[in-house]
Design a protein around this ligand. Sequence first.
Ligand code: SF4
Ligand code: SF4
Length: 418
Amino acid sequence: MQHSILPDNHGPRGQAMADAVQSCVHCGFCLAACPTYSVLGEEMDSPRGRIYLMKTVLEGDLPAEDAQPYIDRCLGCMGCEPACPSGVPYGELLTSYRALQNETQSRPLIDSVTRRMIVETLPYPARFRAAARLGKLGKLVQGALPEQLGAMLGLLPDTLPAPIALPNVIPAKGERRARVALLTGCVQTVLAPDINKATVDVLSANGVEVVIPQGQGCCGSILSHIGEADRAMHLARHNLSAFPTDVDAIITNAAGCGSGMHEYGLLFKGQPEAQQATDFAHRVQDVSVFLADLGLREITTPQPERRVAYHDACHLAYAQGVIDPPRDLLEHIPNLTLLELDNGLCCGSAGTYNLEQPEIAAELGQLKAQSIIDTQADMVVMGNIGCFTQIETHLAQLGQALPVKHTVQVLAEAYREE
Ligand code: SF4
Ligand code: SF4
């Protein structure tokens, strides 16, 4: 797309934005892959429409406030990237544009309050745990609260699982085949600590020594994806220095974290740590990719018959292109039948989207839950904690409370039964 954007006027990520706009040929192949276009049917709620809006704002021909509702409604799911024959790096454009606008744009009061609650609590497990407990009281008056705050409370579980303490080093079982460092994450450690436990169990069972670096924290992805780049960098800097370099990989088991850490080069563009951040990003691997490359050890004991629906988390399948590895791992389990969904669109979770855009998120959540039910699966499996909460909620609302598990949890159970 021809443009008159002056990259130097738009900060360190200005060139990335101009290049992304330039590469779009306005063909529209991305429209069918876009969840908001499929739900709302508006050109400006499609990838092509949003690229045009961002271009026009960056050229100075449209006030940013006029484009903001359409950009805010973008899930950042990256469903449009693999659908684009021109290879437009939509994610780089969106993340950079949101960071730029976040410095200047104002929001309605309730949106600002919701945003503050997100940035001050979600990345910090202790604060999030305390907020979740307070939220139980808030549920008593949920119906009387503004929509977004009510949606936040609606996604909180009635009870939080007990924390699971993991040692600093988990030795490999049998011959050591690799050594990795694990990002334990933030929200996930509160809502589903068993995922980290399952991750180290499966890695260890497959001959991998796991280091859990002390001093690590939130990777910042949850903030960088909503345009809070400075806060995201502040968090990421801790991890740049907390993680060792003498490991074979930095492992994450949350798709949102993996996709955000792979974008560290863009996040730190123009910063003194840019090279260090890029090197760090190259060492990050989703646990499913690492295990599939390594090759799983055989599961020899009898396994129950089960029908498993696999849900592609957008930040794993589309943002990172990880489609086959989790399926290959699940198919390694005897007597497991893998089922595909007929709906590949985002489930509506998308980081904090279901908190900031609850109506669209709920519609997408219902569509996804129905497609899972249609497979007649015994359980649904995925690789992202954000999708867990969203899908559990909507399955329950449709009266089908199927077990929702992470790929590594299913694998850990299979190895434990040995
Ligand atoms: S498919 Fe790619 S090139 Fe075509 S309109 Fe969408 S983003 Fe632009
Ligand atoms: S990131 Fe998702 S919601 Fe946003 S334009 Fe692309 S496909 Fe649509």
